[in-house]
Structure formats: structure tokens, C-alpha cells
Design a protein around this ligand. Structure first.
Ligand code: NI
Length: 245
């Protein structure tokens, strides 16, 4: 693994270059997300563990046909092996994000390895695409306060998910589609893996059904930019924080 270059202190990430309508003013403050609080009918399709030399290009064809943007949480060593696929992902308007270098559970490694896994992957992505990712998803979702505070110190969002179709168990495309569609709500982050053929076969149907329900598709960065504060109490309205008796 390459020597990893890490920020020494918290950095603010640049705003994404996507749909201007989705932009909100103000600096990016890194945070932890499993979904995004928004009333707008957008979801984020996310694909982990690639790029895969056969399946990721097939998926990109499907996304392009349907005009849908997604987010790819790539494994650093796979990205280094398939840089042309990484370049294509970015060229077609998708977001590249960090899923560690070797897909290790970050809760099980020491400080130096944590730094190498995260920053080595960001370095690889930046070398290939010219852009440093702003989101990281720990493999297996395995995280703790140490992992989270390291990511936030690097200016990265820690992005988990709100819908898990368990596609890695290969339940068949129809089941994957049904689970993704049934789990969707505004601000949902949908988990899938572009290393399983059945997942790729599920995506066209998933997109069609979600579109039929009125959903649009955002990258994770775009979805985070749609974040809305919790509704404030109107004047004269009492917000009850505790049940009283
Ligand atoms: Ni993974």
C-alpha cells in the first residue's frame, strides 16, 4: 500500500459539482449518515466493493440508459487495478466514495492501518480522478467512536445506509428489487453491491419502480445537500420534549 497522505486537521470539502438545484449554501460540516432528513422525494443508490471488471461496466450502461446517478463506494485496491472504470464512473456523473483499501473491518485495526486504509484509498481515487472523495463507508458498517472521529477529522462524512436488501446472499433480482423499493422513502440511502450478477439484474427494475413511485435519484453528496433542519416550533406552539403527568 502507498504511504497515505492525511490531513492533519479538519478540512472542509468542496461542494459537489452536481445538480445546482440541490445545492445549499454554507460550508460542508462532516457528519454520520444512515439516511438524510429531507422532505424531497430523492433516494441515493449506492454500490459497494467494486469496481468489478465485468459487472460495473454493465451497471454503468444501465444507469446511463435510465439517466440515473449513483454513488460507488470503491475498495482502494480494486480502484487501483481498474482505473479506467473509475474514470468512467466519474465521467458519467456518478460519485466515487471510499470503502477502505483492503475491505478490512476498521474496528479491528490500529491507528496506522486505519490511516492507511482510509487515506491510501482517497489518495488512489484522487490520483485517478483528480478529486478526493468526501464520503467513506466502513466495510461491514463496522465503526466505533475512534473510526468516526478519524473520518470526521479528515473532513469526510461517514455514510452507512437505511435500506439493506442483503443482496450479497444472492436472493435473486426480484427479491433485491422488492426490498429496495419497499424500503425507499425521502432521503433513503440504498445499499447494494456491484460484484453480484443478481444485483446488476435487479437495478433496471428497481429504477423503474422507484421512478413510478415518484422518486428521483441523487448521489450521496447531492442527497446530503438536500438536508433540511428538523421543523422548528411555530410561535405559540408548544413542543413537548418529555411526557408530563
Ligand atoms: Ni463492502
Amino acid at each position: 500500500m502507498l504511504a497515505a497522505s492525511c490531513a492533519q486537521e479538519a478540512a472542509t470539502s468542496a461542494p459537489f459539482g452536481g445538480d445546482p438545484a440541490a445545492l445549499v449554501p454554507g460550508p460542508h460540516v462532516p457528519a454520520r449518515y444512515s439516511s438524510v432528513s429531507t422532505s424531497r422525494p430523492f433516494v441515493a443508490l449506492t454500490f459497494d466493493d467494486g469496481p468489478s471488471p465485468e459487472l460495473t461496466p454493465r451497471l454503468l450502461d444501465i444507469l446511463r440508459y435510465h439517466g440515473v446517478r449513483a454513488t460507488f463506494f470503491v475498495v482502494g485496491k480494486n480502484a487501483a487495478q481498474y482505473p479506467d472504470i473509475v474514470k468512467r464512473i466519474v465521467a458519467e456523473g456518478h460519485e466515487i466514495a471510499n470503502h477502505s483499501y483492503t475491505h478490512v473491518a476498521l474496528t479491528t485495526v490500529g491507528e496506522d492501518r486505519l490511516r492507511e486504509e482510509v487515506c491510501g484509498t482517497s489518495d488512489t481515487i484522487e490520483r485517478i480522478t483528480g478529486r478526493r472523495p468526501t464520503s467513506m463507508r466502513p466495510p461491514y458498517g463496522a465503526n466505533n467512536a475512534r473510526v468516526q472521529s478519524f473520518l470526521l477529522s479528515q473532513g469526510m462524512d461517514m455514510v452507512l445506509w437505511s435500506v439493506d436488501p442483503l443482496d450479497w446472499k444472492r436472493p435473486g433480482p426480484e427479491v433485491v428489487t422488492r426490498r429496495l423499493v419497499e424500503g425507499a422513502k425521502p432521503g433513503a440511502i440504498l445499499l447494494a453491491h456491484d460484484i453480484h450478477p443478481g444485483t446488476i439484474d435487479a437495478i433496471a427494475g428497481t429504477i423503474e419502480q422507484l421512478k413510478a413511485k415518484g422518486y428521483g435519484f441523487a448521489t450521496v453528496g447531492q442527497l446530503i445537500a438536500l438536508r433540511e433542519p428538523a421543523p422548528a416550533a411555530r410561535p405559540g406552539e408548544t413542543v413537548q420534549h418529555h411526557a408530563s403527568r
